[in-house]
Design a binder for this molecule. Structure first.
Ligand SMILES: Cc1cc2nc3c(=O)[nH]c(=O)nc-3n(C[C@H](O)[C@H](O)[C@H](O)COP(=O)(O)OP(=O)(O)OC[C@H]3O[C@@H](n4cnc5c(N)ncnc54)[C@H](O)[C@@H]3O)c2cc1C
Length: 396
């Protein structure tokens, strides 16, 4: 295998696959690495909003019927409920449906798109060390078998526990970890729940700054809990309390699995030397609901296109990438962060009814905000640049 590459992408989840597709489609040579072999399991609720579906259509040329036929989309619902341990807070219909996907299948399919566009994919390759390089020194990755690879451009798409991020000079690990939420999720047979689950159910009040969920699927139900831990209660004990509250028989519950969720820690500057971070590696997750698949794909697209432009006309990719992030992504994440603290504090001070009052007051606009038709920044109409009509993805 060649040691030196124009571009290496570390991590082949939605962020890495979208970056790889954007580069390969523009004819660039790109090596994609992942420690896993696909399809690989990924702990995730699998909820897609309107903007995620539009991005899949526009960038991957995937359609809802095609994804449904392939078993990627397993359930569709335009309804929701929000509950507390004591009562039903609110429920209603959304102007656009939520689509629920099988993450393992979606990720394998997105990676396949990148590979078919010409990206080289190396699976079972764990990166153990990274040097982002700088100036005339290329970025360097060391693999578990001792192989050292060099790249003119490195995209770190290696998820929440990113090795690439940890190599960034000046990266404030303490702050990043402070807003890394523990999350536990189990997949259950629908019969394990006392009632059938038809629409996403959110539960607030089990954890400060976080929530529990019960998400439907074709032949399974996903039950999860995430949030910023406060106090000394063990997170797995909170989760078991949540299962008890849902009247789920503990014998029906598989061994608990957890994964950290970036929850309000998006990096201001995700560029260092010749490396840039996308998706969970850069903390790009919307901090009210923990929606990360869209932000992974979107930041992957932006980084891939920035590196492609750099290779074509010699521009530095870092400023291209961060300019697009600051215009389209950062205001959403900041607005969502403001809103979640407002809501969580109001619930603590006034009680959970403050949440139902808030949701019911501007329900259509809020629903549009969740789906990405409106911005988390003051509910302005949101125009995603990858959706601008008439422009090929590479020119937007
Ligand atoms: C419990 C839970 C529920 C969630 N539910 C939802 C939801 O319903 N909707 C939603 O939009 N988001 C949800 N999210 C968030 C979403 O899963 C993430 O934001 C999304 O997976 C980020 O994609 P990514 O490509 O950045 O990272 P990942 O999908 O984590 O991909 C990273 C890839 O990098 C590889 N990798 C990691 N380290 C290395 C290494 N050292 N060497 C080589 N390869 C490596 C991994 O194998 C993996 O394939 C949820 C998250 C959790 C934890």
């Amino acid at each position: 295998m060649d040691k030196r590459h124009d571009v290496i992408i570390c991590g082949c989840g939605p962020a890495g696959a979208t970056a790889g597709l954007a580069l390969a489609r523009r004819g660039h040579s790109v090596l994609m690495l992942d420690k896993a072999r696909f399809p690989r399991p990924k702990l995730c609720g699998g909820l897609l909003t309107w903007k995620s579906v539009r991005l899949l259509e526009t960038v991957f040329h995937e359609s809802v019927p095609g994804l449904t036929e392939a078993g990627v989309i397993t359930h569709v619902s335009d309804r929701y409920t929000i509950r507390t341990p004591a009562s039903l807070l609110t429920s209603g219909a959304m102007p656009y449906p939520f689509h629920f996907i099988d993450r393992s299948r979606l990720d394998a399919r997105l990676l396949d798109h990148a590979a078919r566009a010409g990206a080289k994919v190396m699976l079972g390759a764990r990166v153990t060390a990274c040097d982002p390089g700088g100036g005339s020194t290329p970025a360097r990755l060391t693999l578990a078998d001792g192989t050292v690879l060099e790249a003119d451009h490195l995209i770190g798409a290696d998820g929440a526990n990113s090795v690439v991020r940890n190599s960034f000079l000046g990266h404030d690990r303490d702050r990043f970890n402070q807003f890394m939420a523990p999350a536990i999720e189990v997949t259950l047979d629908p019969a394990a729940l006392p009632e059938p689950v038809e629409c996403p159910e959110l539960y607030v009040g089990f954890i400060e700054a976080g929530y529990g969920w019960v998400f439907p699927g074709q032949d399974r139900v996903l039950v999860g809990l995430c949030g910023l831990r406060r106090g000394k209660v063990k997170f797995s004990n909170l989760f078991r309390d949540f299962l008890d509250f849902l009247k789920i028989d503990s014998r029906a519950v598989p061994p608990l699995r957890g994964h950290p969720l970036p929850y309000g820690n998006a990096l201001e500057n995700p560029v260092c030397g010749h490396a840039m971070l996308v998706g969970d590696a850069g903390g790009f997750v919307e901090p009210l609901f923990g929606e990360g698949i869209f932000y992974a794909m979107c930041t992957g697209l932006y980084a891939g296109e920035a590196v492609a432009s750099a290779l074509e006309d010699g521009q530095a990719p870092g400023p291209l990438y961060t300019a697009r992030l600051r215009r389209d992504i950062s205001p959403e994440l900041r607005g969502s962060d403001r809103l979640r603290w407002l809501l969580f504090r109001a619930m603590k001070l006034v009680g959970p009814r403050s949440l139902s009052l808030f949701v019911n007051t501007g329900s259509t606009r809020l629903a549009e905000m969740v789906h990405g038709r409106r911005s988390f920044s003051w509910l302005r109409r949101k125009q995603w640049d990858f959706l601008k009509p008439g422009l090929p993805a590479s020119d937007k």
